[in-house]
Design a binder for this molecule. Structure first.
Ligand SMILES: [Zn+2]
Length: 250
């Protein structure tokens, strides 16, 4: 039995997300360190250089030019959120079930969101969520490399939006209770990667044809605080909730 199985699983956050929202894009946490805390999750890279997808222990970078690469352990991240994924429940969405509900070809994003909400036993718990499926449409974004200290809400104005049609892939991410907005994006935060690992990004919306939704509740949170001059001297007293919502959902 490895060490990770001897202690209870937690959601690990490498840096509180409000630090990222305030424009601090250079921390000293390596991908290698992140991988000791989980094999599943999401994040970004130093200088806000693209979107991170962590799936089955592999860390992928979706760059703003749309390319996807596997990331080496010595690369740094200013924000990552991972866990060791051990799903407890599965729910299937398929065409037959949708037709019986009167939704002919796909599950629209609003319906998908409310379905996910119904699957949560409690809104006050952390959940890891993995959705493997076929999508009639997936809209994602990635962000090009940024100057340090440029606020996230400004940086994401440079985001590049991708539309993928009729694509198989996986959404990986978390549900975070709404009262933790300084730690992670509240509600659902999902990143996408295609089955061929050539396309992906931060999910903006999707329409599902068929999917298998795996969920795991995780009653423990581990938040690392960076030991960098930037972090130690930052003014983090501002309520970043509105900025975060704008940066993550639009
Ligand atoms: Zn994201």
């Amino acid at each position: 039995m490895s060490e990770k199985n001897l202690r209870p699983n937690s959601v690990y956050i490498s840096t509180p997300i409000n630090v990222l929202v305030e424009g601090y894009y250079e921390q000293n946490i390596t991908i290698g360190e992140v991988r000791t805390h989980g094999d599943f999750g999401l994040g970004t890279f130093n200088d806000l250089d693209g979107e991170m997808v962590v799936l089955d222990g592999v860390v992928y970078q979706v760059a703003a030019d749309g390319t996807v690469v596997v990331v080496a352990d010595d690369i740094l991240t200013p924000f990552a959120c991972v866990t060791f994924y051990q799903p407890e429940t599965f729910d299937e969405i398929n065409e037959a079930a949708m037709i019986s509900r009167g939704q002919v070809s796909h599950l629209p994003y609003e319906t998908f969101n409310s379905l996910l909400e119904r699957l949560l036993p409690s809104p006050n718990m952390l959940y890891a969520i993995r959705i493997d499926g076929r999508f009639s449409h997936v809209r994602t974004r990635s962000v090009p490399k940024q100057e340090n200290y440029r606020p996230l809400v400004e940086a994401t104005k440079d985001q590049v939006v991708f539309d993928f049609y009729d694509i198989a892939g996986t959404l990986s991410g978390f549900y975070t209770p709404p009262f933790m907005p300084s730690l992670n994006a509240p509600g659902y935060h999902l990143h996408f990667i295609s089955d061929d690992r050539r396309q992906g990004g931060h999910l903006l919306s999707c329409a599902i044809q068929s999917a298998r939704i795996g969920m795991q509740h995780i009653p423990l949170l581990e938040v690392a605080l960076p030991v960098t001059l930037d972090y130690l001297t930052a003014d983090l007293s501002r309520d970043t909730r509105k900025d975060l919502q704008k940066a993550e959902q639009e």
